[in-house]
Design a protein around this ligand. Structure first.
Ligand code: WTA
Length: 697
């Protein structure tokens, strides 16, 4: 079969597409993008007709579609009641979503025991771990992992952890992170993983919100030339928890780095070997408690609707939202999206460059790939360490066939030039995935032409922490690609676009509207931890009867969806959502600050950069020292990922007469765009000129 992937030339009016078009013309490439005809011969889906008929069944008869899939999993007891039950309409009562309720299973059993015992893949490598340094690598088979997970599950049980208890995890990208989360899942404890780039305050906030009594961490982590002193951060966070009345009874520490860590601030005692701050009341080494532990552990049989994990995502009010995913639906959804979106086959070597601390890592490093018995790369380091060829050297080393990264990483590597890519053999690659933000055409074409050698299929996957798995995505070798569009809905997903009033557009072409989903899919979040009313108000209040994604969206004549960005006060910085309100409140905490406003601006690598306008209190001089203190404040409150790109002095902010800050104008100033539009509604229009004058270079 000749598998020709065609770039459709429609939707010429769309800004992104127009730019893609001109860029392509500049390159002199014609608009037909071809994939290797052999790559997708045995694809799970081989034609648009097949996609359409499977899609039709998945939304008209979700029970039939998903039951076929769920049957391949192990269920201690099958569900007997309704396959799917839900209410998306607040006027009819509380919002709820349930799939396969009453069915009993265990996701850890399904990604380990089932793969080893039923699929007979025990000797297959689950993870090639590649360390920060070239010289470090290890491999772990499914059988290895099963043993380690059982051991650690026994440790957790021994420490009193049981079904429903929350366990916080703050770790670098090492295999113990995977072991820890699966061990929690095995005994029914709810894991709450906090990305290791978050600060002590952020870690403490999340532990307090989830009332986590145990923390699992490491003495440190390595990211390029930097060493992350995770244990000291954990110490501070635990102290903050204690202050807030939360008893953290145990901190399990993986010994991950060999060099001495010095922590002057810590009042806790040093460990026996004198390397890490240590509080012998609660701290224990992972390797100590794993000694002489039984490597068999019975699973806790969980209801399909029991919670599996909490993962926090930014909320527009500033307080992070604890998204809750449940066992059964999340399991079948991540497994299925992984299989189809990457057209996964047994012989594939798959690599997702995300950190497990984000949803992409949860769903597409751990649960989705493992549920398929896949072999993955787990990488501890950075894409540009020791140089910008590292990613491609890893692709060459392991013969990676399916690769998944974010536009921000592509843009970063683009800057270093194509020589770093060309140095390595990438002939094993067939599918290149992207996630996190709309991909700009320059990055798309570089990914396609340079990385993929005009041979690979690009899957642009739109989804969210809340959705658990892919929502809008192409299927390799089948869906014609348009750079910048995530294309069409995945099986079981029913998107729609609504206007300001929540009225759904019936016509195909929609120039601008809001993306919503009309019915649930198995991997959807069920609630926000201990805050169901916020779940209802954040996602179901604005547009009655729909799940609101919070993204602006267009639809073209081929029914392709084009995400245009957030409609709330969240900024997408390097593919991670950050709340402007949360950064503002960190800035205002500083005693010299009277007022602060934060907006996003166009950033060539991050996509969106963080621009802060700060009004000092009367009599306070705005100086470099203040700027660095403010930077520090944000880093301490949230973490290095939220470090401002610019902090500018704003003697006054553009406000309406009723005192509302006009962010539209601040965004223009941040972007250096003098076309600010109508300023007549401002209380004092002169502040705009003043702010342009004060703009740092
Ligand atoms: C954005 C990440 C366009 C979007 C998995 C969404 C995207 C938010 C894409 C969720 C994409 C993610 N195209 N926009 N392919 N993927 N987004 O929760 O704004 O960290 O709402 O989940 O990222 O970010 P989150």
């Amino acid at each position: 079969m000749e598998s020709t992937i065609e770039i459709l030339t429609s939707n010429k009016n769309h800004a992104i597409f127009t730019r893609a078009l001109s860029f392509t013309e500049e390159l002199g490439t014609n608009l037909l993008f071809k994939s290797n005809p052999d790559s997708f011969k045995n694809a799970h889906v081989t034609s648009m007709e097949q996609y359409s008929s499977m899609y039709k069944e998945s939304i008209e008869n979700p029970e039939k579609f998903w039951t076929n899939i769920a049957d391949d999993f192990f269920w201690k007891y099958k569900w007997t009641g309704k396959f799917m039950d839900y209410n998306f309409d607040l006027s009819k009562g509380n919002i709820f979503v349930k799939f396969m309720e009453g069915g009993k299973t265990n996701i850890c059993y399904n990604v380990l025991d089932r793969i080893v015992n039923e699929k007979k893949l025990g000797d297959k490598v689950a993870f090639y771990w590649e360390g920060n340094e070239f010289s470090e690598s290890k491999k772990y088979t499914y059988s290895d992992l099963l043993k380690e997970v059982c051991k650690f599950a026994n440790v957790l049980k021994e420490k009193g952890m049981k079904k429903g208890d929350r366990v916080a995890i703050y770790m670098p990208m090492i295999i113990e992170l995977v072991v820890a989360m699966l061990a929690c899942a095995r005994i029914g404890a709810i894991h709450s993983i906090v990305f290791a780039g978050f600060s002590a305050d952020s870690l403490a906030d999340r532990m307090i919100d989830g009332q986590c009594s145990i923390l699992i961490t490491a003495d440190g982590g390595r990211r390029g030339t930097k060493e992350l002193d995770l244990k000291s951060v954990a110490d501070v966070a635990i102290a903050e928890c204690t202050e807030a009345g939360l008893v953290v009874s145990l901190c399990i520490v993986v010994k991950n780095i060999k060099t001495n860590l010095v922590d002057e601030c810590s009042s806790t005692k040093r460990s026996k070997d004198g390397t890490t701050s240590w509080n012998s009341n609660i701290d224990v080494w992972w390797h100590d408690i794993m000694e002489n532990v039984n490597d068999e552990c019975e699973c806790e049989w969980m209801d399909a609707e029991d919670p599996l994990f909490i993962l926090y995502t930014s909320g527009s009010t500033g307080k992070p939202k604890g998204v809750v995913h449940t066992v059964g639906g999340y399991m079948i959804y991540t497994a299925t999206t992984f299989k189809f979106t990457f057209d996964y086959h047994n012989e594939d070597i798959y690599w997702c460059t995300a950190d497990i601390g984000w949803i992409t890592g949860h769903s597409y490093i751990v649960y989705g790939p493992m549920a398929n018995g896949a072999t993955s790369v787990l990488f501890e380091g950075l894409p540009i360490y020791p140089d910008a060829g590292r990613m491609w050297s890893i692709c060459e080393k392991y013969r990676v066939s399916k690769f998944y990264t974010a536009p921000t990483a592509i843009r970063l590597l683009m800057k270093y030039g194509r020589e770093f890519v060309k140095k390595y053999d990438r002939s094993s690659l067939t599918v290149l995935g992207t996630v996190g933000e709309p991909i700009n055409p320059e990055a798309w074409l570089w990914y396609y032409n340079v990385v993929g050698e005009e041979r690979c299929y690009i899957v642009d996957t739109f989804w969210q922490t809340e959705t658990g798995g892919h929502m809008i995505t192409g299927l390799p070798g089948v869906t014609p690609m348009k750079p910048g569009s995530a294309s069409l809905p995945f099986f079981g997903v029913v998107p729609a676009i609504v206007d300001e009033e929540g009225k759904e557009y019936e016509k195909t072409i929609v120039d601008h509207g809001f993306l919503v989903f009309k019915q649930p899919w198995p991997g959807m979040m069920r609630t926000l931890y201990n805050n169901h009313s916020r779940y209802e108000s954040a996602y179901f209040e604005r547009f009655k009867g729909y799940y609101c994604a919070g993204d602006g969206c267009n639809r073209d004549e081929d029914s392709y969806y084009w995400i245009t960005g957030r409609i709330d006060d969240l900024m997408n910085v390097s593919g991670h959502l950050l709340s402007t309100a949360q950064i503002e409140s960190a800035l205002i905490e500083h005693s010299s600050v009277a007022e602060a406003a934060v907006v996003g601006f166009n950033h060539s690598i991050k996509g969106t950069g963080i621009y802060c306008f700060v009004t000092p209190k009367n009599g306070i001089r705005f100086c470099d020292a203040l700027v660095s203190e403010l930077n520090e404040k944000v880093r301490a409150r949230i973490g290095p990922i939220a470090t401002p790109d610019f902090i500018q002095c704003a003697p006054g902010l553009p406000k309406t007469r009723s005192g509302k800050i006009m962010r539209r104008i601040l965004r223009k100033i941040a972007d250096g765009d003098r076309d600010v539009g109508d300023t007549t509604t401002l209380a004092d229009p002169n502040v705009v000129e003043e702010l342009f004058k004060n703009k740092p270079n």
